[in-house]
Design a protein around this ligand. Structure first.
Ligand code: ATP
Ligand code: MN
Length: 461
């Protein structure tokens, strides 16, 4: 079915030639002699205006083309006299693929994002969601481009795993056992040796451990795939299924890790600003006023770096009544993160060297033995967007950490082998892709930057 994408039609330089376009009717207005249709095919933000003379043979199709209907228009591409649009199509023939019933929910009025979430199968036909998902595509392309240009190899880590990366719960079990009558062992516990994988398995929370194995062979790798967390936190920045980007580098320390994270964020922002101009203009005007300027400023300035210990001092002096009281040893909460990045530094800030007791077993222990070489990147509007660290490469220290976290050495023997056979200083981080999209678009709820959100109590579509 040969036709021109509306994106290309709108950029045409040659006029008065025949063109075929396809799309969905956004609006239609009829006067005595003409009908005007706004046609959108999602290839770009803008719709194209179609003018149909009531004298054309297929005019009855025009009158049937209700909002939401899918149509094909053959006509002449004309330079438009009207202001606001440069081109329009003068229809010669209009065909309908499918009429939209009159209860089509996306009629012209504005809808709340909450309502649109309930019709996620249709919401991508709105301005906002069309723009979100084009930006999501561009950012995703930029992620792969960035790493490819820097010699990182793309690694597909497994989704089903028998290990728990954080050494804590909150995972989704994967099992084919009979849920009503599972086989039991002598202790009357579920006998997972009878399960599909002959052991207890779950959906992965992170591809990091496997990325470390690959970095120990290919030097620089990254994963970009779905991860799952059964955390029952119904917030605007947590999903049960989200996409994570995880680079891992051999022969790299914490400073090198932060340099990469900073360069990465800037690169993706720049790419999206350059390649999604129209969509970004929309967010700038209707979603987060001034977002383009603030992203451009960000690309020019350096990010702050500050130790956890200094951050706690700043928070203690902040003269704010936080819900969670501040003292050395606490996990920094969202309210603290936002104060540090939005009010204190007024720009992105890396917090480094967290207390050992609140961080994962694989993070490298610092010489003070109280802190680890961890870093979180906090950004205005969101708080944490990246969590990363230099990894513990010393076998004896790693073993002690694992014992402290009650981790079984046998389950992780392969992870420890990497420290046994040519260990290297290495580092990496994890960045939640949806948080990055929220940051780029100004959309406040993470459910609105993922095609079909999975959250507690909701897995529709
Ligand atoms: P948070 O404190 O915000 O829950 P976390 O400390 O659990 O984050 P990490 O385990 O370090 O996060 O994961 C790395 C990154 O993955 C985070 O910086 C964040 O961008 C993203 N992330 C973590 N949990 C979620 C989630 N449930 N939904 C979406 N993104 C997430
Ligand atoms: Mn979390």
């Amino acid at each position: 079915m040969k036709h021109t994408a509306i994106k290309d039609a709108l950029q045409a330089k040659k006029f008065d030639e025949e063109i075929t376009i396809c799309g969905w009717v956004r609006t239609r207005r009829d006067s005595k002699k003409f009908s005007f249709m706004e046609l959108n095919d999602g290839t770009c933000f803008a719709s194209i205006q179609v003018i149909a003379d009531s004298e054309i043979d297929s005019y009855k199709n025009v009158l049937n083309a209700s909002t939401g209907s899918s149509v094909k228009v053959i006509g002449l591409l004309k330079e438009s006299p009207g202001k606001g649009q440069k081109v329009e199509v003068h229809a010669q023939k209009v065909e309908i693929f499918g009429v939209a019933d009159s209860d089509y929910p996306l009629q012209k009025k504005r809808h709340s994002r909450e309502f649109l979430r309930t019709i996620a199968h249709l919401r991508t036909r709105t301005n906002t969601f069309g723009a979100v998902f084009r930006v999501r595509h561009a950012a995703s392309f930029a992620v792969n481009k960035f790493f490819n240009e820097r010699g990182f190899y793309y690694l597909h880590t497994p989704i089903i795993t028998a290990s728990d990366c954080e050494g804590a719960g909150q995972m989704f079990r994967v099992s084919t056992l009979d849920a009503i009558n599972p086989p039991l062992n002598e202790k009357k516990e579920v006998d997972y040796t009878k399960d599909f994988f002959a052991e207890e398995t779950s959906l992965t929370v992170s591809g990091q451990l496997e990325a470390e194995l690959f970095a120990s062979a290919l030097s620089k790798v990254y994963t970009f795939g779905p991860t799952f967390r059964a955390e029952n936190s119904n917030t605007a920045r947590h999903l049960a299924e989200f996409w994570m980007i995880e680079p891992e580098m051999a022969f790299c320390d914490l400073a090198g890790n932060m340099d990469l994270a900073e360069e990465f964020i800037r690169y993706v922002i720049k790419y999206v600003l350059e390649n999604c101009e129209e969509d970004m203009q929309f967010f700038n005007k209707w979603v987060e006023k001034g977002i383009i300027q603030s992203l451009e400023d960000l690309c020019k300035s350096d990010f702050e770096r500050m130790t956890y210990t200094d951050a706690i001092k700043v928070l203690e002096k902040a003269n704010k009544s936080f819900d969670f009281p501040v003292k050395w040893g606490i996990d920094i909460q969202t309210e603290h993160e936002r104060y540090l990045t939005e009010e204190y530094h007024k720009k992105p800030v890396f917090i480094t060297d967290y207390p050992r007791d609140i961080k994962a077993f694989y993070m490298r222990v610092n010489d003070d033995e109280k802190t680890v070489a961890a870093m979180d990147l906090l950004v205005p509007r969101l708080g944490e967007i990246i969590g990363g660290s230099q990894r513990e490469e010393r076998l004896d220290v790693l073993k002690k950490n694992m014992a402290k976290h009650d981790l079984d050495e046998e389950t992780y023997s392969w992870y420890m082998d990497i420290r046994r056979y040519g260990t290297t200083p290495h580092a990496g981080f994890g960045l939640g892709f949806e948080r990055l999209i929220m940051y780029l678009t100004g959309i406040e709820n993470i459910r609105d930057v993922v095609p079909f959100p999975r959250t507690p109590g909701s897995a529709k579509f």
